[in-house]
Design a protein around this ligand. Structure first.
Ligand code: LMR
Length: 396
């Protein structure tokens, strides 16, 4: 049976991480996978996370099963973080939230539920989007199409082109949007653009599906949620997938949740029962450890404050690196990298050709995705001159 299977190429992001790990170059530089790193190039456990973990372990007295909805208290605490205190959709009991194994689990659970609700729905994803969106949603059997998003020439959102396509959609369409810190391009919608989008979704009846993987890394925890909060206030139905991998640094703990904003409390209850049944049918129940830590942080005022400061610190460091890189390139005679400073979050395209990306990898052991997407957090004061020199050299 299995000797009919073909061997697949490595995942474009995970494969690059493995290649980097094997490289022995003393100045090797990993700008590939989206993992936050400090000045020393390390991804340490956040202090608030260590403390939350200690508190959780001190109180934990069983490893018995929980249930498909996940860790008690986590979902409610996450709802407040995502939607904000007293959001009208929360106040009217219209939001079903279920813990999932990371943001990937959230996307897949949502796709399975969408298929149960309407099998011939089309999901529209931005061009470009995170590579793993396609298998996570498509392998559930949903049809995927793209809408225009990033303009590599002008380094911005093709908003008019995007609206033109979305204006053709209707009630059997779902539009996947990046809540903030667009992965891979770093170009986000403005508040005015979110407002226009909300009006169009209301008029056409398509359902927005927001992937919120980087809350806090763009403009701050509250500002980054502007778009999803607005849509959830103005529209009857919205889907939100959330990851705690980046802002809590809980990557390997696989912690996240999926939220469905429904038209009524009755629809919310039905949707929640379906979400629990989807989870039970795929993995039964999510891992508890990461969610217990998040719950311990969010429900403890001092720890929460400490965590907010740590998220602010990560964001400010990345903003500083964006400026330093764009200045570093300008000093070397390339003054066309100022767009990096205006983009948000962990990722941006450098605008290099695949040949230039390959030259950086082969000649300088600098690793980035073939599209020239870089993880800004991989830059540091130690490697920035090496990076700018190397990029300048491949541009000559
Ligand atoms: C990335 O885009 O690099 C991250 O979201 C990690 C991943 O799983 O791809």
């Amino acid at each position: 049976m299995f000797n009919q299977l073909d061997t697949l190429a490595a995942d474009p992001i995970l494969g690059l991480m493995a290649a980097y790990q094997q490289d022995t170059h003393p100045q090797k530089l990993d700008l590939g996978i989206g993992v936050y790193k400090n000045e020393e190039g390390l991804t340490p456990v956040l202090e608030s996370v260590s403390e939350g973990q200690n508190r959780h372990i001190a109180l934990e007295n069983t490893k018995s099963y929980l249930n498909p909805a996940g860790y008690p208290g986590f979902n409610e605490a996450m709802q407040t973080l995502i939607f904000g205190e007293a959001h009208p959709a929360l106040m009217s009991h219209r939001v079903a939230t279920v813990q999932t194994p990371g943001g990937c689990g959230a996307l897949r659970v949502a796709a399975e539920l969408i298929k149960r609700a309407m099998a011939d729905v089309t999901i529209w994803v931005s061009d470009p989007t995170w590579a793993n969106h396609i298998p996570l949603l498509g392998d559930a059997g949903l049809s995927i199409k793209t809408y225009p998003y990033y303009d590599p020439k002008n380094k911005g959102v093709r908003f008019e082109d995007m609206l033109e396509v979305l204006a053709q959609l209707g009630t059997d369409d779902i539009v996947l949007l990046h809540g903030c810190c667009h992965n891979p391009c770093g170009a986000d919608l403005s508040k005015e653009q979110w407002q226009t989008l909300a009006g169009l979704a209301l008029e056409r009846g398509f359902v927005p599906f927001i992937d919120m993987a980087y809350q806090g890394f763009g403009d701050g925890l509250e500002d980054d949620a502007y778009g999803l909060r607005l849509l959830s206030e103005q529209l009857p139905e919205v889907i939100v997938a959330t990851s705690c991998s980046k802002n809590f640094g809980l990557y390997r703990e696989r912690t996240g949740c999926i939220s469905f904003v429904c038209e009524s409390e009755k629809a919310m209850k039905a949707t929640k029962s379906q979400l629990l049944s989807v989870a039970r049918g795929i993995y039964s129940m999510p891992p508890a450890h990461g969610a217990a830590i998040v719950e311990a942080i969010l429900n403890h005022s001092t720890l929460r404050e400490q965590w907010i400061q740590e998220v602010d610190g990560m964001r400010k460091r990345m903003q500083g690196l964006r400026s330093a890189f764009s200045k570093g390139m300008a000093i070397r005679g390339h003054d066309n990298f100022s767009f990096i400073e205006n983009e948000k979050g962990m990722f941006s395209f450098l605008g290099l050709t695949p040949q230039q990306v390959e030259a950086l990898r082969v000649r300088y052991s600098i690793y980035m995705i073939n599209s020239s997407r870089v993880n800004i957090a991989g830059i540091s004061s130690v490697n920035i001159d090496y990076l700018c020199d190397s990029v300048s050299e491949v541009l000559e």
